[in-house]
Design a protein around this ligand. Structure first.
Ligand code: ZN
Length: 234
């Protein structure tokens, strides 16, 4: 299994400015019916109800991309792994540094994604839901939308400004809740554009999971080192 860490990406993120959206190698993404059913483990209290925040982040993608994030309710699952449940949960990752993390798994050689987990760092006491720039706090909806972008198959790309693209690897205290056009282009490449009257997706293509297939792990993270704060505000 292969795992990528954001710190490596961080080094290059400011170099290829304007390069556009990035897919992972071999373009893993969800096959039809192009949806991610997920559950939330609300084990940590960030000071507000995170469930409507997370579903709003999902909606921000669904507004533009023909992909469905379906919330199925809460769960007690508190770790990442191939267990048949896409879970969004809190993880004690240590104060500072990584705010959120997405791992997803796909089959080879089809490169069809079949599971994704996302966590937010419960040890960072700076989560916010206000939707405004508020000093040293970070907007949970913005980070969630970013991590969901990874689940869709989008890698980090170069920063354009403080709010675009959503898939830049750093986030400042300001809000970036909605995918920018470049993020949308990267996702609609796989899933198409959301329409006012969505047509039913074709039936799922049966993938013979197991024999002869290799399971790969791909991870990514949103990193925010403290020393980057001023740089983000420029
Ligand atoms: Zn990221």
């Amino acid at each position: 299994m292969v795992q990528f860490f954001c710190l490596i990406v961080l080094i290059a993120v400011f170099i290829p400015v304007g390069q556009g959206y990035q897919h992972y190698a071999n373009q893993p993404h969800w096959p039809p019916p192009e949806q991610m059913n997920y559950r939330i483990n609300p084990s940590h209290d960030p000071g507000f109800n995170e469930i409507p925040i997370i579903t709003a982040a999902a909606q921000s993608w669904e507004n533009s991309v023909d992909f469905d994030f379906n919330y199925l309710g809460t769960t007690g699952i508190a770790s990442s792994g191939v267990d048949g449940t896409n879970v969004i949960y809190w993880h004690a990752g240590g104060a500072g540094g990584v705010l959120g993390y997405c791992q997803f798994w796909y089959w080879t050689p089809s490169y069809e994604t079949f599971e994704a987990d996302i966590w937010f760092d419960s040890m960072d006491a700076w989560w916010d839901r206000s939707g405004t720039c508020s000093g040293l706090t970070f907007d949970l909806q913005s980070v969630c939308a970013h991590e969901m972008g990874h689940a869709l198959g989008l890698d980090h790309e170069a920063q354009e400004n403080n709010s675009c693209p959503l898939m830049q690897s750093l986030i400042g205290p300001c809000v970036s809740r909605d995918p920018c056009q470049d993020d949308i282009d990267g996702a609609t490449y796989f899933y198409g554009i959301a329409g006012p009257s969505p047509t039913p997706d074709p039936m799922p293509v049966t993938s013979p999971a197991g024999i002869g297939l290799t399971l790969l792990l791909l991870g990514s993270a949103m990193v925010f080192p403290l020393f980057k704060r001023k740089r983000e505000k420029r």
